[in-house]
Structure formats: C-alpha cells, structure tokens
Design a protein around this ligand. Structure first.
Ligand code: HMG
Length: 309
C-alpha cells in the first residue's frame, strides 16, 4: 500500500528521472546504464521510483526496454520501495504487471490538444481507456496514479482555465484513480497560478492524494513547489540532475532537479528520506559519465564543487 498521507514535516518524493528524464533523449541509453541509475537512486534513499514506460516503442523508442530495466532491479526491491511505470492502455498495463511494478501511471491532460498529440485520443476517450487498466490494477493490487499534463499551460492551447485540472482529477477519481499528479508540463506556471490550480484540485479530490509535477523551463519550479506546499501538497515529482523533457512538448526542459528540491526541503526542516550527498554523486555521475554533458542541478553543482573543489 502506497503511503500518500505523510506527516506534516515529511515530503514524499517520486523520482521520475529514469522515465521522464530519459524518454526524450535522442541517443539510445543502454539498458545497463538505466538499471545502474535506478540502483544508485535507490541506494541514495529514493523510495518511489518511476523506472519505465510501457508505451508504444514507435512513439517513444527510448522507453522500449522497460521490462528489462525492471527485471534488472529484481534484487533491489523491498517493502519500502515502490517502482512505477507509465501505462497508456491495457497492453501497457499487462506488461507492467508482468514486470512486477507496485504503481502505474495512467496519463491524460487538462488540454484536449495535448492529449491528442500525446496519446492520440480525446480526454474523455483516454478516461474510458483507463477503466479496464484500473480494473486490472485492482485485481493485482497495483496503486494507480493519474497524471494530468498541461495543468498550468499547454504548448498548443496556451493558457488553461484554473479549474480544468480539478475537473479532470474528479473524472479520474470517478473511475478509480488513487493519486493525482498535477503537471506543469512546459514549466510556464507561476506561484499564484499554481496556488489557484492546486486549491481547485484539492476541492475535487483529497489533498493527501495530490502530487505536484513541475518542469523548470522558466525557472519557476521551486517557487511553484513552495506555493503547492503552502496549499498542503506533500508529494512532489522531480528528476535527478534535472534530466528530461517531453517528446510532445517542444522546448520543454527537464523536471525540477531532485537535488534542488531536497536542498530546499531539508533547509525548511522537511524530511524526505533522501541522502543529498549520495544523490549529488548520482547526478554528477550520470550527467558527465553517461550523458557527457554538464551537471544540470544548481544545488548539486554547488555541493559537488564544495566537496571536490
Ligand atoms: C497511447 C498510444 C499507444 C496510442 O497510439 P495509437 O497509434 O493511437 O494506438 P494503437 O492502439 O493503434 O497502437 C499503435 C501501435 O502501438 C502498439 N502499442 C499500443 N500500445 C502499446 C503499448 N502500451 N506498449 C507497446 N506497444 C503498444 C500497437 O500494438 C500498435 O503496434 P503495430 O500494430 O503498429 O505494430 C501511443 O499514443 C503512445 O504510446 N503514446 C505514449 C506517448 C508518451 O509516452 N508520451 C510521453 C509520456 S507522457 C509525459 O511525459 C507527461 C508526464 C506524465 O511526464 C507529465 C507531464 O509532465 O506532463
């Protein structure tokens, strides 16, 4: 059972680097490197890890090896760890069950245009499609999250009405979704708007089941997390080293870096269970040794430099 109702001074982090962080990488990343990334994140104290996506390999080729990535983590599973994967339909759900995940993420959006580009159907059709997925999840005791993309703005439709994400959350709750990932896919949101959107979502579904998923395209992600924290949200998604981008949202940069989020939260007295120094080692290693690019977390770079000069 996934604990979504954490204490007032604890924040639950869902590390999405191995999935959201890597799905948009153009050069293939080896399965061995993906597995090693996941293992190191788990060793750094990550307990909720989005490790794969069981989507069409024609749509997102980088995620085609999800079953192998999850198989590679078999020795690293224990009762504290919850591995998750994105599933758009029954085919993906069957693969996720076979791979032994504890959580799945069905995904739609607060924007019709984005839903069409991302999963080739309307919002209403996507929710219909989720019904048999959720039934399978129930039979296999798999926790179901529902991701709502473009809650704060859409690359195709522009501004999104404040109440839209709450409406979609309510419709997802009606079909059995248990946790609601409210996503700023293109990182355009600002704190006042974030507050309004999360307050609206909290009127539609229980606040303890709401998570914030912020991309940092406009440098607003930490401020938006703070605004959502203030509303009472206690679950956030982030990506080690700020990896990522969405294949169906051109120009969107990565998720907020986990290191930056942990640095802020620990500084505010929140407990995340993550060892920040160990996480910095993971971010530095993956950025430079695997992707051969500068390390993208600001807090991570500062801490690394302080330790290593
Ligand atoms: C939903 C579909 C499949 C519809 O795609 P479609 O083309 O409409 O569906 P289809 O049922 O006609 O299937 C087309 C082909 O895909 C295969 N297929 C069908 N389903 C699967 C599956 N599960 N696993 C593997 N293969 C699958 C199916 O078998 C068929 O193969 P063919 O007969 O042509 O050889 C497609 O649009 C898709 O896979 N989309 C995924 C797009 C995606 O992964 N986007 C990124 C993730 S969302 C995101 O990043 C946002 C998020 C969550 O992070 C939050 C945020 O920041 O906003």
């Amino acid at each position: 059972m996934i604990q979504t109702n954490v204490g007032a001074h604890a924040v639950s982090l869902v590390e999405v680097g191995p999935r959201d962080g890597l799905q948009n990488e153009q050069a293939p990343i080896s399965t061995a490197d993906k597995i090693e990334l996941c293992k190191r994140l788990l060793a750094a104290g990550v307990t909720r890890l989005e490790a794969a996506a069981f989507v069409s390999p024609k749509w997102v080729p980088q995620m085609a090896d999800g079953a192998h990535v999850l198989a590679g983590l078999n020795g690293f599973r224990h009762s504290e760890v919850s591995l998750s994967a994105l599933v758009p339909n029954v085919k993906g759900m069957e693969a996720a069950i076979e791979a032994g995940v504890q959580e799945v993420v069905v995904f739609t959006a607060a924007s019709e245009a984005f839903t069409q580009k991302n999963i080739n159907c309307t919002i209403a059709d996507s929710i219909e499609r989720f019904k048999p997925v959720i039934e399978l999840a129930r039979q296999h005791q798999v926790h179901v999250r529902g991701s709502i993309s473009c809650a704060l703005g859409c690359p195709y439709e522009g501004p999104i009405p404040v109440g839209r994400a709450g409406d979609v959350a309510r419709r997802l709750a009606d079909v059995g979704v248990q946790e609601f990932d409210v996503a700023d896919t293109i990182g355009v949101g600002t704190p006042g708007q974030t507050r309004a959107v999360f307050e609206a979502v909290a009127k539609a579904v229980p606040l303890h089941s709401v998570a914030g998923h912020f991309h940092d395209t406009y440098g607003q992600a930490l401020a938006n997390i703070l605004a959502a924290l203030d509303v009472g949200v206690r679950t956030f998604h982030s990506s080690v080293a700020g990896l990522g981008g969405c294949p169906y949202a051109k120009g969107a940069t990565g998720n907020v870096a986990t290191e930056d989020v942990v640095y802020m939260l620990h500084g505010m007295g929140y407990d995340t269970g993550v060892d920040l120094n160990a996480l910095v080692d993971v971010g530095q290693w993956f950025s430079t040794a695997v992707l051969a690019r500068p390390y993208g977390s600001r807090a991570g770079r500062a801490l690394w430099t302080r330790r290593h000069g």
